[in-house]
Design a protein around this ligand. Sequence first.
Ligand SMILES: [Zn+2]
Length: 285
Amino acid sequence: MSTHSPTPDDADSPASDVAGRPVVTHLRCSSCGYDLHGLAQDGRCPECGLEVAETVAPSRFEREWLLTIRYGVRWMIASMYVFAFLVVTSYMQSTENALVAVMQFAGAVALMKRNPNRPDDAAIVPWPQWLLAASVPAYLVASTGWVIALDMQWILYLLGAGLQAAALVMLWLRLASIARHGIAPKIPLIARSLAWLTVAVGVLTPLPLILWRTNTGSQQMYSIAEGLRLLWLVLLLVWFLASTVTLHLMMVPLQRIIHAIEDASASDEPARAGAEPVHSGRSAQ
Ligand SMILES: [Zn+2]
């Protein structure tokens, strides 16, 4: 007995404790797609009879992918705060827009990584990162004094803003598809709503500018432009608050799942290696 039972704690953490742990995510059975949430990891799928462990084991390899997604969400959150800081401290300049776009580019590259264990994780929106990358030179050229004409300057600025808004619409759709894969059941609806809100903010960005530019002295046109600008500011504020809160909400299940996967793999290995001799020692006693 004493030869193969180094600590009494080993006997208190038997393998069945790990195996009986419920599935914490809305994991789909890899054979039939049944939602395995809440089922014991040593059980079988009630639909097709496949061992739950068969589906759970590959999910541990999803850790790398989940870490990348978390990294992407963190970049998006950071970009939102930098954006808010720049709007509050100064009038938003093109160079500052470029900085926010660079941060969102880093987030987009991470968020577009495919889930290696889910063949259905198709990139419905394949290129937000490249739209963001294209918006950076547009903003930077618009900010330089050597742009030929003032008109060219604001056209470039609007080009950058348009590319950035289009990329953010795609990123919200991407976040919706990530959350749909058992990460957070309510996020997809919110994320899709935010995609639409981003469209509204993006469309409203150039309208006041265009009205001001084309205004030939009509007071009515001018007040319409002012009204549209006020509406745009209100929508931008709502968009900022809703986006930031949603990104933080997305972090909660991501952290939980990553920790659950790490806990499961950490406690599984010593249990597999050490539980057998402890058990046989006990039963022999
Ligand atoms: Zn099944």
